[in-house]
Design a protein around this ligand. Structure first.
Ligand code: FE2
Length: 371
């Protein structure tokens, strides 16, 4: 009975939340900015009565943090390589970088813009929902301390993430093409671009000196192309992994509705990265090989839909799935932060930044249904 009563109250609150939410949603990225500064949020605060479990709050708070980090890195890509407009303001573009990105697909600036806008909408929504439920939203603004690119086109503001010293793990490429291995069943996967995982490489021009020679700026665009896929496959695993710890049906709906948009991004980026031209960067020796040269499926560029593979147990038939999804496995919150750290995204960040993120991640991974 008590449960029913709570549901009724909840429905009422939810309706008015949706009504007000539409107003905020219509403001797009500008609304997002205001929300990040905490201005319109109090309007929701008094309505958030139906309580969530501690685990649900922990999952939503970690996802808000992850989406803020994603927004920060996508914003940097959009300023130099995307479309700067009222939906995603900031920056004025770098013509040579955009030209190199367009070698992968002429629509790259539009896709970069749209991915950026999506991430802003994700954290803005999740934070607004947390406030509606009486929980604390996530704000990482005090950690916006990393330098911007000095290339013309970028804003000169503090950043949360570093796109200029990346070591991109491209094993997602072979992981989604394997028919016999799954990371949740102990599978290991070769790097598609071995050189990218070893050194530290920029995925945006660090300054205008990076705009030439041609194979150098193309290598930077290629790095971005593979990094886009890396980031979004991470989100594709994170949501279904954490969803298994959710208790409240509406929170589950949020995860099941946002998560697949990460996969839509991943699918697009996988396709575009396959168009990255084979080359060697003359400034640092970074090699982008011809992924179709071996004739093997593990690197074949047009295998952009997940190949069926083993799932749960090898006794079942192979199935096309997102991988990994084992709770608190290699797709969980702690694993995501570990992977982003190894990626170089947080080079230059403070100890306090890592402490805050790791605490959010550990609490999210600890969430269990009904607790
Ligand atoms: Fe997202």
């Amino acid at each position: 009975m008590e449960h029913n009563v709570r549901q009724t109250k909840h429905s009422t609150s939810r309706r008015s939340f949706l009504r007000k939410g539409l107003v905020v949603g219509g403001a797009g990225a500008i609304g997002a900015g205001l929300l990040a500064n905490g201005l319109p949020l109090p309007a929701f605060a008094e309505e958030g009565r139906a309580s969530l479990t501690r685990g649900d709050v922990a999952i939503l708070r970690f996802l808000a943090a992850a989406e803020i980090l994603e927004s920060d890195l996508w914003q940097q890509y959009n300023e130099l390589g995307g479309i700067q407009d009222s939906e995603v303001p900031g920056g004025s573009g770098s013509a040579a970088y955009i030209k190199a990105l367009e070698v992968l697909d002429e629509d790259m600036p539009q896709y970069i813009h749209d991915n950026t806008e999506d991430e802003f909408s994700h954290f803005t929504f999740i934070n607004a929902y947390l406030v509606f439920k009486g929980a604390d939203p996530v704000n990482l603004d005090k950690f916006r301390t990393l330098p911007s690119s000095k290339a013309r086109g970028a804003q000169n503001i503090g950043r949360l993430t570093n796109l200029m010293q990346l070591s991109v793990d491209t094993s997602y490429w072979t992981r989604y093409r394997s028919r016999t291995q799954n990371p949740d069943l102990g599978g290991t996967f070769a790097q598609a671009i071995p050189g990218l995982s070893k050194g530290q490489f920029p995925a945006i021009p660090r300054n205008d000196g990076d705009l030439a020679p041609a194979n150098h700026i193309q290598a930077i665009a290629n790095t971005a192309g593979f990094h886009f896929g890396y980031i979004e496959q991470g989100g594709s695993s994170l949501y279904p992994t954490l969803a298994q710890g959710v208790s409240n049906l509406e929170v589950l709906r949020i995860l099941l509705s946002i998560g697949p948009t990460e996969t839509a991004h991943f699918q697009t980026w996988q396709d575009k990265a396959g168009n990255a031209p084979a080359l060697t960067d003359p400034t640092n020796g970074l090699v982008f090989p011809d992924l179709n040269a071996s004739g093997g499926e593990d690197t074949q560029t047009n295998l952009i839909m997940p190949e069926p593979t083993v799932f749960l147990s090898r006794k079942f038939p192979a199935v096309s799935i997102i991988r990994p999804t084992e709770i608190a496995g290699s797709g969980g919150a702690v694993a995501t932060i570990k992977s982003f750290t190894a990626d170089g995204l947080f080079i230059g960040q403070s100890k306090e930044f890592f402490a805050v993120l790791n605490q959010l991640a550990e609490q999210a991974d600890a969430a269990r249904r009904g607790l």
